[in-house]
Design a protein around this ligand. Structure first.
Ligand code: BV8
Ligand code: ZN
Length: 305
């Protein structure tokens, strides 16, 4: 159905039963994905126009890619930092932050690295960033522990300034066309991608030799141990879990997606909020109790009313 026909207002009957359950729930999890930030203007990963589709992004979000071409990986992440800094949290981010302030037993597990939940005022104590943040940087030298949080410098170093075409449009440096313009040396007059000299990339102020890297979890890397421990402790402490809301995520990435079944094992009812009712991933969210179809930015504030 065309999006025009899609109800972004939830069917009454579901809304009442959901709100009745929410009001008597004391242990609640919200699992967030890129769909929560979509209407702020940030591209999702797998949907139409998603990051992983037009870019070699899935290949870029790995330690191997960084070892092979740190300049390109930094262009990708500097561009995403730039995009995230130029958009604003939306009503879904604010509604979740408000619920976190009101409900003591509420915790948000976010796969998003865009910094929009913290910017919406979500209390840090109940916001667990499963995949790190675009605005944390750390030393890539295994033995050096240097880490920096809340680094909003844009561009992070001058060499990573976002290239623009001759008529001033910003070029996403990792799209195939931009890559070709550089790799195949197509002297496309309006795509001028600077070769990146390693010396111009961010270096560690402590060990001096290590390259700094984005403080995100790449594919093949473990999620932050302290974050995982906090969540396990929260789940252990819950005699039962009343509700898990799975918002704007294709629930395909593990171990993040595994929290849905973990919550269900402790009695949780499952509410899915997603633009696309066909994006029913294998992660078991298909056994859901509520499904609200539409834009999270419109639906989430209504659910919490
Ligand atoms: C690990 C940070 C081991 C970087 C990310 C085969 C089977 C199972 C697992 C694996 C496998 N092969 C490999 C694995 C493991 C792998 C994995 O799960 N791969 C997947 C692809 C199969 N996992 C890992 O590698 C993890 N690490 O396993 O380590 C280990 C253990 C111990 C010691 C050493 C090693 C690490 C995973 C983390 C990777 N990092 N991000 C970066 O962002 O650049 S993942 C990336 O995907 C983002 O974090 C993103 O958040 C996440 C999930 O994507 P979504 O958020 O769900 O976004 P998506 O576009 O997919 O979906 C958007 C949804 O929103 C859609 O459903 C859409 O319909 C909906 N939507 C769109 N608009 C709206 C909307 N909904 C509502 N409103 C809207 N407006
Ligand atoms: Zn270092």
């Amino acid at each position: 159905a065309s999006t025009a026909a899609r109800p972004s207002v939830v069917p009454e009957k579901d809304l009442e039963s959901f709100q009745a359950h929410l009001s008597k729930s004391t242990r609640i999890i919200a699992l967030l994905g890129a769909g929560v930030s979509a209407s702020s203007g940030l591209p999702t990963f797998r949907g139409a126009g998603g990051l992983w589709r037009t870019h070699a992004a899935q290949q870029l979000a790995t330690p191997e890619a960084f070892a092979r071409d740190p300049g390109l990986v930094w262009q990708f992440y500097n561009y995403r930092r730039h995009m995230a800094l130029n958009v604003k949290p939306n009503p879904a981010h604010y509604a979740l932050a408000e619920l976190a302030r009101k409900k003591e037993g509420f915790i948000t597990l976010s796969q998003n690295v865009d910094g929009l939940s913290p910017r919406a005022g979500h209390p840090a104590s109940s916001l667990k960033l499963l995949h790190g943040s675009l605005f944390d940087v750390k030393c890539s030298d295994f033995f050096c522990k240097y880490t920096e949080v809340d680094n909003y410098t844009d561009p992070i170093v001058p060499a990573l300034a976002i290239p623009t075409t001759s008529d001033g449009d910003e070029i996403d440096p990792t799209t195939n066309s931009a890559r070709q313009a550089r790799d195949l040396d197509i002297s496309d007059e309006n795509v001028d991608l600077p070769e990146l000299d390693l010396a111009h990339l961010p270096h560690c102020p402590t060990c001096k030799t290590g390259l700094l890297r984005p403080g995100v979890v790449w594919f093949g890397e473990a999620l932050p141990v302290n974050v995982m421990d906090d969540i396990e402790e929260w789940i252990e402490k819950s005699k039962t879990i009343d509700l898990i809301m799975v918002i704007g995520t294709s629930a395909r990435v593990y171990p993040a997606a595994a929290y849905v079944d973990q919550a269900r094992e402790k009695g949780a009812r499952v509410a899915v909020i997603n633009m696309d009712k066909n994006d029913i991933p294998a992660s078991g969210v298909y056994k859901r109790d509520w499904f609200f179809e539409g834009d999270a930015a419109k639906i989430v504030p209504e659910l919490f009313k």
